[in-house]
Write a protein that binds this ligand. Structure first.
Ligand SMILES: [Zn+2]
Length: 286
């Protein structure tokens, strides 16, 4: 008959060693690193604070009372760095206020960024693309969805977006994402997440058996949009389409147990999604 106490100790040790492979590590209060296979996903938080209900679209008093009875929720402005064995890939740039310092915390210089993926061209994502009017990441190729480029640049919607795009124009990769997966670089698969902006994209990172979805602005108020994914925000160019994208990707990551990283998800900016009733529960990584 097996010794139960020894078995239990063994299980605890095994669980702990497994967890240490999947859990992340704090570098400083704005920088957090999590391993996905051979890749390192690094949170670069520029701002951490709270949001208000004024930006929500489609939230009933009952939903608010249930999800955020004190009327506020944690949020953040994040960028993410993906370090692969051969490349440094930056996802979004925030407003650009803390980016260089955050990158320095993990010993990455701006000229060492190989790829700059922009999920969409709002100011809180493209603000750090330029430095003194030039490419802030001089050696980076810009990756952007073709629809996003058409919307902001070809239609001349926003001067800031045009200036940022022009600086990178010599080295741009436009992608046509679709849910069928489109691989553009080692281990990167782009997904449509339209609605927040017309060409907003998410990116699935795959290394070995491990995966993580960087979902851009799929959610701005996790505390209410996870239990009620139908709630959108005023910044969504098409709130109904944004809600559809959110429901679709939430279903996908919950079904496949894929952790997520989000540009407005509070520290550590990453976590797991579990289905619960008609909505979802978000568990931050530790
Ligand atoms: Zn945003």
């Amino acid at each position: 008959m097996p010794n139960f106490r020894i078995m239990r100790t063994l299980i605890i040790v095994l669980t702990m060693s497994c967890w240490s492979l999947t859990a992340g590590a704090q570098v400083n209060p704005n920088v957090y690193s999590h391993r996905v296979g051979a890749y390192e996903i690094v949170l670069l938080a520029e701002n951490q604070g709270t949001g208000n209900t004024g930006i929500l679209v489609g939230a009933t008093p009952e939903m608010l009372q249930k999800a955020i009875p004190n009327g506020t929720y944690p949020n953040a402005v994040n960028a993410f760095l993906v370090k692969t064995p051969t490349q440094n890939i930056l996802f979004d740039t925030g407003f650009g206020r803390n980016l260089e310092a955050n990158l320095a915390a993990v010993n990455v210089k701006p000229e060492q960024i190989d790829l700059l993926v922009i999920t969409h061209m709002h100011g809180d994502h493209i603000g750090g693309m330029l430095k003194d009017g030039k490419k802030a990441f001089p050696n980076a190729q810009l990756v952007l969805s073709d629809i996003e480029k058409e919307y902001w640049i070809d239609n001349q919607k926003n001067e800031g977006a045009i200036r940022a795009y022009e600086a990178y124009k010599g080295d741009v990769k436009l992608i046509e994402p679709e849910l069928a997966d489109k691989k553009t670089a080692d281990g990167l698969f782009f997904f449509e997440a339209y609605g927040h902006t017309p060409g907003h994209i998410a990116c699935l990172i795959k290394s070995g058996a491990d995966e993580l979805l960087i979902w851009g602005d799929l959610a701005h108020a996790m505390a209410i949009q996870m239990p009620f994914p139908e709630v959108s925000v005023r910044y969504d160019s098409d709130p109904a389409e944004a809600a559809e994208s959110r429901k679709q990707l939430l279903k996908y990551v919950a079904a496949h147990q894929i952790p997520i990283a989000g540009m407005h998800v509070a520290y550590p900016g990453m976590g797991k999604i579990t289905a619960a009733g008609t909505g979802y529960v978000f568990t931050p990584m530790r």
